[in-house]
Write a protein that binds this ligand. Sequence first.
Ligand code: NAI
Ligand code: MG
Length: 362
Amino acid sequence: MSNPSLLILPGDGIGAEVMAEVQRVIGWFGDKRGLAFDVSEDLVGGAAYDAHGTPLHDDTMARAQEVDAVLLGAVGGPKYDDLDFSVKPERGLLRLRKEMDLFANLRPAQCFDALADFSSLKKDIVAGLDIMIVRELTSGSYFGEPRGIFEEDGQRVGINTQRYTEAEIDRVARSAFELARRRNGKVCSMEKANVMESGILWREVVTAVHKDYADVELSHMYADNGAMQLVRAPKQFDVILTDNLFGDILSDCAAMLTGSLGMLPSASLGAPMENGRPKALYEPVHGSAPDIMGQGKANPIACILSFAMALRYSFDQGTEAARLETAIEGVLADGVRTGDLLGDANTTAVSTSGMTDAILAK
Ligand code: NAI
Ligand code: MG
């Protein structure tokens, strides 16, 4: 049997710097754990534009459709700000998401105890927090028709349409239930079925899909109450399933329960491929951070945690993912900090590669 395949797209700025660290982590798993991947590397974003005049070459797009998982750093930077919209670095990322049809966006909110002081909430409310928001990414209010600004009775009207088909709700609900099975077996679905028909349909379809996942516990919550519960007692949740608009807001809110942008991984999943694995793109939430690029200051943890998500959700290596996460937790507990995590004056910052050294040693 051939090794699972990974396409690495470092991109621009610190994207390339943190991805170099992930390559070391991948190498470690090959050497020490016998976990070998067929790794190929290619260009995306500004780097691809510089080489090919397009932020994503067709050959790269085709390769992304074939591999078991894509790992992306970040795209963009001031150098590309004046480019025409059609070739902007972001277009490369958007094309990947669209053509791979990645409809389930996974954003974990995980609080490492050593960083609990970074949270805006009290330490005991967030310490040990580990929840996952599954946001529908390809439909809903950001895509529904009609949309636009129209003239009506002598004044302008702005219109967006919250629209979901049964099939769209069904497939993202399945992603959430599958995830819950690999986690703590609970899904809380959030909509506004009290005031929105799309919410009524959402609740009906999720309830119907749940029949295929009777081992997972399902609850429903109105999204506004969900927002309150997220900041009141976030540890009550395991997987939160929600639509594109509510998920945009709830996932940003949940992310900030845990502190720094340099710590936040994400995954976007699509339909299962022939081998049963979902199409998948893993990437840190942060951008290319031009203000710190080339200085060895970037925190590689968000990107390394994105690889841990790939281990768990694409490659059925939950134990190895936990091994990596435990090492990161241990390193943070030891007080190892990149600059973005410097909360107090007693610690000094390690470099990007220094952080990886510590994680691999642990
Ligand atoms: P950013 O996420 O790149 O940076 C925001 C702030 O957080 C900066 O001060 C940066 O130094 C810091 N930061 C981010 N990641 C860090 C890390 N790993 N370690 C330490 N500090 C970190 O967002 P910004 O500045 O708004 O955008 C910069 C460029 O990145 C723009 O061209 C933007 O379009 C692009 N971008 C790309 C994204 C992607 O590829 N998914 C997402 C967000 C922005
Ligand atoms: Mg947002």
